[in-house]
Every structure is written in structure tokens, then in C-alpha cells.
Design a protein around this ligand. Structure first.
Ligand code: ANZ
Ligand code: ZN
Length: 838
């Protein structure tokens, strides 16, 4: 008795679970298997509330499945490569490996303190050779299968720091450190052929029933399948032996709205023109400035160069269109050339406005609106073709089909299916990543590192005193002999995109032999992951890459499935109020206090304006560090609060009141368990309540509606508190403890002992319920007088005729209606109706 002391209980039970290896997943177990996975964290330094919420949800599910008698795999690891470690190295002179490993140690201890039911024996960190060495082997498998290739591609180049920048290091077109305008440079880089799987990745979405629709839609849009037309414009006069420009459009129906043709600055025709005209060369060089991200290109000012060439319209030989070189046309997409329709494409509209080209309406909401001018901006719409010769009156879809048909029969074009999805560029010109296991030889070209020489380990002795990739400067590491001819050769110094690391970690968790990436049959015991839980920020890239990687392994015969994640859940964020001082600077929650209805800055005593409730973030300083909270309230209260206040897919606002409430609940359950007394007697109503709660909590957990489960448990707790001692009550307390186990496991174990029970709650079976007890024990009786409804009354189920009649006649409304007269006859339909004939 007394209060529940989490400081003691948390440590005790964490040690006990550890000793008994409760959460070690046994692949050879005969029990049905469940794989619960949360997205593994980046070891940034400390655990934040978002992690706590994410891992608590996964933990509740894992523990619930375990109590249901399943063998559960619930692992944890570290997505440990990436830029922040290199930034720390540059800023503070600490080696990225040391920084990362220290962070992992801190965060591991913080996770352990929360009592998560994790199989720590399977812990992995992607920055260790015993992980990335296997990744190198898989990369070479894909290389052998022709799914990896090298090609020139553009990167962001910082001309002052002389280094390649990741897209996120380009801020408003400038290098994040140097502040210099970023240029585009062409470099040879490695690519994975994800486009080979575009259609399959799209089709596969259809089978993912337990994925949020919004995520599937985002993936669909990213893959971006569209029907289009590829066709040739004849050039009125040839240039360097070329007399045509091939363009690609997804809107063939707008062909009569064309007012120019535009080619990419790196298009062969542009390059041919540049060779003889320095003005063209200068324009092309100018286009190179600015970042490579789609957003950057999209928002950059539209610029063009009129080549003087003329293109002949395919449906009207007398119609000539000017040919421009334009900065917004990308060589990597379609054919690197377009026809511009200013009326219906915003980029073309801006371009036409600038260069005074015609802007014509060719699509309208109805044929009557053909004469409406296009004003202010383009109208990118579907509708009816207008001002378009033989297409007039056709819908967008019909007009598209008609133009494709004419192009194909006329032999000047071909209908196509295209995908927006690009091949995955995996080269990063950085140190802290998986070395790409390739050796470049002057005579043999790119040679894979022989398998028996894997892993290619990152050298430790590197310096970050200069910008760029230290691997490029590490002669001792770079210079090797060619595995094929024995001559001097150089290692590839690019490392893999960290998304490669996270594309297969869930496979390695399921099986981790030392000598190969995984054992197929072991993996197939566990995968696909039954429930994957993480942030919606990974809805596109990470999930798409993991789906691709799984398919690629499937294609090369190394895995018998194509979807890695059967169920996906994306949880909401943890938010908090923001506070601002008079000068506009952000204040942290510890720096302010409430003063009546206002807030004041503790140090200066000045008033503070509370701002909006926003996602906890360092920049707004509205974070709450979980560690001191756990130290103060215990793991269970924190876990309980993470589940309580909001549906899991919505944002959860951190509040002092919320954590206090959770902590009080923990004490209430403890009080029930610690003061339980043996008593006789059955409490029918409480018994029904227990059965109903078991059913409802199970249903809520199946649907990951944790807040509903919590609400049910609050109700049951209140009902038990109100009940008198009985055998039912004692049983109800035991059931409550088991139901609370997944969310508040330390409390549950401690309570179990207090109740004098044997074993541990983690090993206990999830309570069953009796379906017949779910039926409501109250019914609603309709009371009629001469067939007219006069009253409805609550009555216990199974009331006999005489009692039902007495109840009905006792009703005030009935008595008023009868006006003192005795009824002539009373008809009773048990549990439903009493009809009084007056
Ligand atoms: C004529 C047209 C009219 C277009 C219209 C759009 C709207 P999505 O849907 O993203 O695939 N385009 C084609 N290749 C391009 C390239 N290499 N660089 C820049 N733009 C390119 O976009 C396809 C559309 O983007 C194509 O259809 C083409 O413009 C443009 F009212 O052709 B459209
Ligand atoms: Zn060689």
C-alpha cells in the first residue's frame, strides 16, 4: 500500500524483463508471429517527445500481441549515417563516428528508461561495418543484376567551398555555409533503376489495405503515371543535320494553343548552336546558376533565348512556331523539349508574357465560353476544346485521344505512358555514409570490389578542416590495385544516400547472420512487417525506396515478397504552446510562468505573448525534454499521457495538466490493487462492465485507437472504485491490471505482485470476454395507449408480464392519459412493448 513509486518499480521491472529476456524474438517458435516496427531514429542527440509517442504506440501493440499468445518481433536500431554528424565534425572538431556513437548511447539509455518491450539483442546501427558491409554486398547483387548504373547528372555545386551540396543545404539558391550562389555541375553518379518498377510500385498500392489513403495517394502522385504524346515538330530549316525536334506533352488536346517550342539548355540542338554562337553559350552558362531541386527550378524566373529556328505545326503546315532555349525545360524529363501553351500552363504563361508571345484559350468550361480571354494567369484545367479546329466541342479526354490517334495514323507521333518517377540517384559526395564498393581502373572501368574484400570500411583518420569529402583527400584509402588487372586504381569516394540504409534495416532485424545480409527463410518467417508506425514525413521517399528495395530483392530471387509493410500507421505530432518575448525572440516553457490569465518571463518579469500551439521544435524553443518528465512522473505516466488525449493520427498537445492526470490514474489503479480484499458475492452489473471493457479495449487496440482504449480503462476504473467488495470486484481489478499492462507495464507488474498473483503480466494471457455478457441488460419498453406511443421506459431485460404491466401503469404520462379510468385490457410483448386498451 502507500503510493506507487515509479522510481523503484520502473527499474525493478526493466531489470526483470531483461533478465528473463522476455522480448527476445524466437524465430523457431511455433506460435503465430507478429512483427511490430517503429521507424528507427536518427541519433541526433536526445530522445524527443515525438519519439516517445511513436515508440509508445508500437510498444502497446507489441505487448498486446504478446499477451494474445503471439511471438513478437519488436526491434530497435539507429539510422546512423548522415549530414548532421559531419556538420558536428566541422563545427566542433569531433569525429562523426564518436559524435554518433555517443548519441546512440544516450538515446539507448533514454529508451530503456521508458520500459519499451524491445528485443535489444537485435539492435543495429547503420554506421557500423557489420551493417553497411552487408549493404555493400546487396548493392553489388543489384549491380550484377543490372539494376545499378552510372551516369552524368547535375548536382548543386558551391563555387566558394568547392563542394557538392545536398538539396537541403541550398537555401534560397545559396550555399548554406558560404552564402555563395549555387551552380549546377555535371558529375558522374550512381543510380538505382527504380523506374523499372514504376508500374509495379503503383499497382502494389492497390493491395495495401491497411495503409492510410493519404499516403497511398502521395505515392501515386510521386510515381506520377500519365498518358501523353511524344511527337516531332519539323524544323523549317535543318541545323547540323537535324531537321526535327521531338517534344513530349501530357496535354495533346491543347495543341492548337501552342505559341512556341522550347528546348532545354542542355538539349543537343542548344549545344550545337552554342558551339557556333557565343551568345547562346553565354545564355546556357547563365541557366546553370541556381539549385537543382524541382522547387528551385519551378520558382526561378523564366528565361529564354530565341534561336531564330522555326518549327512547323504538325496539324497546319503553314503555321510556324519560334524555337526558344528555355531555363525551365529539363533535359532529364520527357524528351527535353516542349511546345508551350501559355493559356493553360503557368510556366508557359509567364514565359509568353515576358517574350510577348500569343496567349490563346483552347480549353473552356463550356463551348459558350470560347471567347473569354485568359487574364492574369494560366488556366490549367480540363473542359471542352475551343478555338481548336476539328477538336472543338470535344472533352479534354476525347480531344487527347483524337490527337494521339491522328499522330499515330499520320506517323508523326506516338501515344506514351510516362512516369514522373526518376531513377534513384544514390551517390553522395560525403564521408559519413556507406562507401560504394566500386574501384575505378583506367583500363577496366568501374570494377566491383570482390565479395571477399567486403566490407569496404570507412577510414577513421580523416580531417574536416576543409570543405568537401575527406575521402577524396585520403590517398592511402583511395589508392588500391585493380581487382581485375592488378594495375593502380582508385576507390569510388561517393557514399550511399542514407535512404539506402533505411531501405532494408527491417530485413536485417528479422535475420542477422554474420556472413551474409540475411537468411531468406528466417526473414520470411517475420516479414512483411505487420504494423509499421512512423511519421508522415516519410510517406513518400523512405516508404517508396523500401518498397522498391524489397521488389529488387524479389526480382533477383533473394526474397519471396514485394511489399515489406502490410500495415502502416502515421502518427500525429506532439505540439506545445509557443512563447515570445517583447523583442520577438522565442522563449522556452521553462523561462515563462503563468500569472493569472497572462504569462510572464520569469527572469525579467515582463509580459509574454503566448503564441500558437505548434509542433515541438528547436527553432521555436517549445520543446519539452522527456527525460526530466520521466524522472519526475515515471515511465508509465508519460506513456499513458502519450496515448490519452488525442486520437493517435492527430496532434497531441503537451500539457502539464495532461501528465498530472495520467499520473493520478496510475495511482488510482495502484490503490485499487493494493487495497483489494477477498470477499464473496457476485456483482452482476460490474461483471457486465468488465466484459464490455475487455471487448472494447481489444477492438480499440486492433484499430490502433489507443485513446479509446484509455477512455475505456478510465471508465472501468471508476466503476470498480464505486463498487462494493465482492468476488467480482477482485476479479475486475485483476482484469483491469492486465488490460492496463501494455500501456503502463511497470504499474501492472507491481500491482500484480500486490494482488498476490504469480508470474508476470507480460506473460499473462490477454483477458477473454463472454459475448453473451455484452448484450445490454437494460431494454427500452414502448408504452402505447390504444396503439399510440405515449411513453418509453427503461426496464431490466426479461421483466415478466405482470411486472411490465405494473411499470407501464405506473407511468405519470399514462396515468394522465387514462384520467383515473381503469384500462380495459393490457397487452405485453416482453422486452419491447406494453399496449394499454382504454
Ligand atoms: C503542352 C501543355 C499544355 C502542357 C498544357 C501542360 C499543360 P507532367 O504532368 O508533370 O508530366 N514538359 C514536358 N517535358 C518537359 C521538360 N523536359 N521540362 C519541363 N516541362 C516539360 O508535365 C508534363 C508537361 O510538362 C508537358 O505537357 C509539357 O507541357 C511539360 F496546358 O505540353 B505540356
Ligand atoms: Zn584494371
Amino acid at each position: 500500500t502507500g503510493r506507487f513509486d515509479p522510481a523503484v518499480a520502473d527499474v525493478r521491472w526493466q531489470a526483470r524483463w531483461d533478465e528473463q529476456q522476455c522480448f527476445a524474438a524466437d524465430t523457431s517458435s511455433a506460435k503465430p508471429k507478429t512483427y511490430v516496427l517503429e521507424m528507427f531514429p536518427y541519433p541526433s542527440g536526445r530522445i524527443h517527445m515525438g519519439h516517445v509517442r511513436n515508440y509508445t504506440m508500437g510498444d502497446v501493440l507489441a505487448r498486446y500481441r504478446r499477451m494474445q499468445g503471439r511471438e513478437v518481433l519488436h526491434p530497435m536500431g539507429w539510422d546512423a549515417f548522415g549530414m548532421p554528424a559531419e556538420n558536428a565534425a566541422m563545427e566542433r572538431g569531433v569525429h562523426p563516428g564518436e559524435w554518433t556513437r555517443q548519441n546512440i548511447a544516450t538515446m539507448r539509455a533514454q529508451l530503456k528508461r521508458l520500459g519499451f518491450a524491445l528485443d535489444w539483442s537485435r539492435e543495429l546501427a547503420t554506421c557500423e561495418p557489420d551493417y553497411y558491409g552487408h549493404e555493400q554486398a546487396l548493392f553489388l547483387d543489384l549491380f550484377d543484376a543490372g539494376l545499378v548504373y552510372r551516369k552524368e547528372s547535375e548536382v548543386n555545386w558551391d563555387p566558394v567551398d568547392c563542394t557538392v551540396l545536398a538539396n537541403e543545404q541550398v537555401i534560397d539558391g545559396r550555399g548554406w555555409r558560404s552564402g555563395a550562389p549555387v551552380e549546377r555541375r555535371r558529375l558522374s553518379q550512381w543510380f538505382l533503376k527504380i523506374t523499372d518498377f514504376a508500374e509495379d510500385l503503383l499497382q502494389g498500392l492497390g493491395e495495401l489495405e491497411n495503409w492510410p489513403d493519404k499516403v497511398k495517394l502521395m505515392q501515386e502522385n510521386w510515381i506520377g503515371k500519365s498518358r501523353g504524346l511524344q511527337f516531332r515538330f519539323r524544323l523549317a530549316e535543318a541545323i547540323e543535320g537535324t531537321d526535327q525536334v521531338e517534344v513530349f506533352t501530357t496535354r495533346p488536346d491543347t495543341i492548337f494553343g501552342a505559341s512556341f517550342v522550347a528546348i532545354a539548355p542542355t538539349h543537343p540542338i542548344a549545344e550545337a548552336l552554342a558551339a557556333r554562337d557565343p551568345k547562346v553559350a553565354e545564355f546556357i552558362a547563365d541557366c546553370r546558376r541556381g539549385g537543382t531541386s524541382a522547387a528551385e527550378i519551378e520558382t526561378a524566373e523564366k528565361k529564354g533565348f530565341d534561336t531564330g529556328l522555326k518549327a512547323v505545326h504538325p496539324l497546319d503546315p503553314d503555321w510556324r512556331l519560334p524555337v526558344y532555349i528555355a531555363n525551365f525545360v529539363l533535359m532529364e524529363y520527357g524528351t527535353g523539349a516542349i511546345f508551350g501553351v501559355p493559356g493553360h500552363d503557368q510556366r508557359d504563361y509567364e514565359f509568353a508574357t515576358k517574350y510577348k508571345l500569343p496567349i490563346k484559350r483552347v480549353v473552356a468550361a463550356s463551348a459558350e465560353e470560347a471567347g473569354q480571354p485568359i487574364v492574369g494567369e494560366a488556366e490549367p484545367m480540363d473542359g471542352i476544346a475551343v478555338n481548336s479546329s476539328f477538336l472543338n466541342g470535344l472533352t479534354t479526354e476525347q480531344a487527347t485521344a483524337e490527337v494521339i490517334r491522328r499522330a499515330e495514323t499520320g506517323g508523326w507521333g506516338k501515344g506514351t505512358t510516362t512516369y514522373r518517377l526518376r531513377d534513384w540517384g544514390v551517390s553522395r559526395q560525403r564521408y559519413w555514409g556507406t562507401p560504394i564498393p566500386i574501384i575505378h581502373c583506367e583500363s577496366c572501368g568501374a570494377v566491383p570490389v570482390p565479395r571477399d574484400q567486403l566490407p569496404v570500411v570507412l577510414p577513421e583518420d580523416v580531417a574536416f578542416d576543409q570543405p568537401g569529402n575527406p575521402l577524396d583527400r585520403h590517398e592511402g584509402w583511395r589508392k588500391v590495385s585493380c581487382p581485375s588487372c592488378g594495375g593502380t586504381a582508385l576507390r569510388e569516394t561517393d557514399t550511399l544516400d542514407t535512404f539506402v540504409d533505411s531501405s532494408w534495416y527491417f530485413i536485417r532485424f528479422a535475420s542477422e547472420p554474420e556472413d551474409r545480409p540475411y537468411d531468406r527463410s528466417e526473414v520470411e518467417q517475420w516479414l512483411p512487417v505487420d504494423q509499421y508506425i512512423g511519421g508522415v514525413e516519410h510517406a513518400i521517399l523512405h516508404l517508396l525506396y523500401a518498397r522498391f528495395w524489397t521488389r529488387a530483392l524479389n526480382r533477383i530471387g533473394r526474397l519471396g515478397m514485394s511489399e515489406p509493410f502490410k500495415g502502416l500507421f502515421t502518427q500525429g505530432m506532439v505540439t506545445h504552446e509557443t512563447y515570445r518575448a517583447g523583442d520577438g525572440s522565442w522563449l522556452s516553457p521553462d523561462e515563462v510562468k503563468r500569472d493569472g490569465d497572462d504569462w510572464i518571463h520569469i527572469e525579467s518579469g515582463k509580459a509574454v505573448t503566448p503564441g500558437r500551439v505548434e509542433k515541438m521544435s528547436k527553432s521555436k524553443r517549445n520543446t519539452i525534454d522527456p527525460e526530466p518528465i520521466v524522472a519526475r512522473y515515471g515511465a508509465d505516466a508519460v506513456r499513458w499521457f502519450m496515448l490519452s488525449d488525442s486520437p493517435p493520427e492527430r496532434d497531441l498537445e503537451w500539457s502539464e495538466g495532461g501528465i498530472e492526470g495520467a499520473s493520478r490514474f496510475v495511482q488510482r489503479v495502484w490503490r485499487l490493487a493494493s487495497t483489494d480484499q477477498a470477499a464473496e458475492g457476485v456483482d452482476e452489473a460490474l461483471s457486465r462492465k468488465v466484459h464490455r471493457t475487455v471487448a472494447a479495449v481489444g477492438e480499440a487496440l486492433e484499430g490502433l485507437q489507443f485513446n479509446k482504449a484509455v477512455a475505456q480503462l478510465y471508465e472501468l476504473t471508476s466503476a470498480i472504485e464505486k463498487s462494493k467488495p465482492s468476488k467480482t470486484r477482485s476479479e475486475a481489478i485483476r482484469t483491469l491490471v492486465k488490460l492496463t499492462g501494455p500501456a503502463a507495464p511497470h504499474l501492472a507488474e507491481e500491482a500484480w505482485v500486490a494482488l498476490g498473483e504469480q508470474g508476470m503480466v507480460v506473460d499473462a494471457a490477454w483477458p477473454a470476454f463472454d459475448p453473451s455478457m455484452l448484450v445490454d441488460d437494460q431494454v427500452t419498453l414502448a408504452v402505447q395507449i390504444n396503439g399510440k406511443l405515449r411513453d418509453t421506459l427503461n426496464a431490466p431485460r426479461g421483466l415478466d408480464r405482470a411486472a411490465a404491466e405494473a411499470l407501464a401503469l405506473g407511468s405519470e404520462k399514462v396515468q394522465r392519459q387514462l384520467g383515473g379510468n381503469a384500462p380495459r385490457k393490457v397487452i405485453v410483448v416482453p422486452d419491447r412493448l406494453v399496449n394499454i386498451v382504454a
